[in-house]
Design a protein around this ligand. Structure first.
Ligand code: UDX
Length: 447
């Protein structure tokens, strides 16, 4: 099938590349000339494991093209994906200006006899498919086109891509949600997604509004799970229980499930914070006070600061002149994304208290440098960060931090002190090696 993807950000690029991988002809459109130039020359513009390889192959084989022209991009396409940014506006709602602008432009380009399906891929508030539909209709009416609704259908098909495993999530989705009442669109999209659900996972058809809400409900529920566990971790510390045990005990109940029960120093990224806020906001606009979501956000903000009192208390509230080694800057492993990353909050608070920070992250240092520059020092590797530091703080659970050389850590740090925001190490290990060790929801190990 011929497909156009409008917007070559994270979602657009993964979507376009993965559809090309199953043999479709994909044209990606972006207004950013530099980006289009780079992509056309075979270079991927985001970091995502596994993407580069299939991107290069499909580009070389002519199934993946790039252009800045919307007209050229959609010329042959039967299916048009909108993967445009929906940043939070001033009050936390998703800003639809990019989506609606493209919808208007599409209305100026659609032609009779050339039916197209226009798909919202980005996370957009409930009712957006209707707004996109009406915007396109309006443009067609202004062009005096008869029966304009026959020219197109607007469908909601939200993405569920986790950064770091987005290619896998796209190629083998747990489910595909398709929101439309159009039988024609259902048939075409069912065929498009067939290769991705061969293992038997469902394509679930529903109306547009339910599809739009499904995305927010899924992300908000996952964020709720995390905040809930973070509160259980708070209780564990106060009751002398171990959150790892509680997590395993709870998670074995199939109704609860083992995943997304890991406490830490809060969720970050481009999705959870934005989506929880947007759902809470649109609930309010609809006259409903979604109390749980307000609490989820508040708990998460507090959790980002969870390690700070422990650090301050260890240093008797005096961090002036102290050197802190920081492992991990990205909001989670396998990404260079630092949006809403808990590490940034830690850095700001520790620096404000007079500490100097030497950080290491396998992928995200460039982005942090762009954002905060020389507020901190950047190390070449995880061990270099430790040299003469007064303590190690861990903010992201990169695999390479999980089984480090503890003897080396001890020899490089001034004192063997670790504040672990991701519970990477077993308590017995820390005891054996003689570390002062504070983590989340588990007992402290003091030396
Ligand atoms: C998420 C959703 O999973 C994906 O389906 C969606 O469409 C986009 O948002 P992503 O933001 O890439 O994906 O990351 P994810 O792996 O889901 O983790 C989100 C955050 O939750 C991270 O900050 C992570 O550290 C945190 N987290 C996750 C926990 O604190 N504990 C857990 O048990 C799981």
């Amino acid at each position: 099938m011929d497909i156009a993807v409008i917007g070559t950000g994270y979602v657009g690029l993964v979507t376009g590349t993965c559809f090309a991988e199953t043999g479709n002809m994909v044209t990606c459109v972006d207004i950013d000339e530099q980006k289009v130039k780079k992509l056309s020359s075979g270079k991927v513009t985001i970091y995502e494991p596994g993407l580069e390889k299939i991107f290069e192959r499909n580009e070389k084989e002519g199934r993946l093209k790039f252009t800045t022209s919307l007209q050229e991009g959609i010329k042959d396409a039967k299916i048009i994906f909108l993967a445009l940014p929906t940043p939070p506006d001033g009050d936390g709602s998703a800003d639809l200006k990019y989506v609606l602008r493209v919808a208007k432009d599409l209305g100026g380009l659609l032609e009779r006899g050339d039916y197209k399906i226009i798909i919202d891929k980005s996370t957009v508030p409930v009712g957006t498919a209707d707004r996109v539909n009406n915007t396109i209709l309006q443009s067609l009416i202004e062009r005096n086109i008869d029966n304009p609704q026959d020219l197109f259908d607007v469908v909601s098909n939200p993405e569920f891509l986790r950064e770091g495993v987005a290619v896998e999530d796209f190629m083998k989705p747990n489910r595909v949600i398709i929101g439309t009442d159009s039988e024609k669109a259902k048939k075409i999209l069912g065929e498009l997604y067939a290769p991705f659900v061969r293992q038997g996972n469902p394509v679930i058809f529903m109306d547009e509004r339910s599809a739009e809400l499904t995305k927010y409900a899924a992300n908000s529920f996952l964020a709720t799970k995390i905040s809930f566990m973070n509160e259980i971790a708070q209780l564990c510390e106060r009751f002398g229980a171990d959150v790892d045990m509680v997590r395993r005990g709870m998670g074995s109940d199939e109704r609860i499930g083992k995943r997304f029960l890991f406490p830490g120093i809060g969720y970050g990224g481009s999705c959870f914070p934005k989506d929880v806020q947007a759902l809470a906001k649109s609930a309010k606009q609809a006259g409903y006070d979604f109390k749980i979501l307000e609490a989820v956000m508040e708990v998460n903000e507090n959790q980002k600061k969870h390690l700070l009192p422990k650090i301050f208390s260890f240093f008797n509230n005096d961090l002036k002149g102290k050197k802190i080694a920081l492992w991990g800057l990205a909001f989670k492993p396998n990404t260079d994304d630092i949006r809403e990353a808990p590490s940034l909050k830690l850095i700001k608070e520790l620096a404000a208290a007079g500490a100097s920070i030497v950080a290491y992250d396998p992928e995200a240092m460039i982005n942090v440098k762009e954002e905060i520059g020389d507020m901190i020092t950047y190390a070449e590797n995880q061990y270099e960060a430790l040299k003469d530091a007064d303590a190690l703080v861990i903010a992201t659970e990169w695999s390479e931090f999980r089984t480090p050389d503890f003897l080396k850590i001890k020899s490089l740090l001034k004192k063997p002190v670790i504040f672990d925001g991701r519970n990477l190490f077993e308590l017995y290990q820390m005891e054996e090696h003689g570390f002062y060790y504070e983590s989340v929801g588990r007992r402290s190990i003091k030396i």
